[in-house]
Ligand binder design. Sequence first.
Ligand code: FES
Length: 219
Amino acid sequence: MAEPRLLERFLDERRAAARIACDSTLVPAPGQYVMAHDPASDDPLAVPVFSAGDSPDGFFAASPLPRAWTPGVQLSLRGPLGRGFALPTHARRAALAALDAAPAYLLGLLSRALAQGAAVALVCDDPPEELPAEVEIRPLEALEEVAQWADYLALAASRAGWRERVRSGDRLTAPREAQALIVVPMPCGGLAKCGVCSVEVGRENALACEEGPTFDWRF
Ligand code: FES
């Protein structure tokens, strides 16, 4: 296949920031990422890019992406990297909750959950438009209620949001099977062991780039 290329950018980034064409072997699963870089740019650093769902020729990329990446730009991709979501095949009530991270990080799970006959609730305060009609949209204030309804919960949160909501005394009652994508800066993507992506999970710190960025709820 041709070199990876950004095909399209979207004005409304709630659904996705862009569509990227690439070989299927480079497409990150929901909750995984690729390190992406424009080799023609002066910026030496690659950035982590997450999937917001598959497309026929690659994947939709969740926001944020560098502004300089306009349609047609060729990209160098390394990955897929890290651990992604593992939707249980027996899940029949899937809750996807975007705490303080973009719901786009979770949208790659939609088609998978619907394909296995699960009812799906998307919990967030700024939902994307044009979601499948079967998806129930709930506000974040209903998270506790939805988490008790679900038999699988996928959560996306920033490091601060994760710590505050989940690690504080105001703990969420998670279903037996739950995972959290903790969105943190990952400047080296595991290459240099920089430690910037360190997150507190359970009683220990973990490198999100290698051991996550999607973690099982019970550590
Ligand atoms: S991003 Fe550098 S160690 Fe994880």
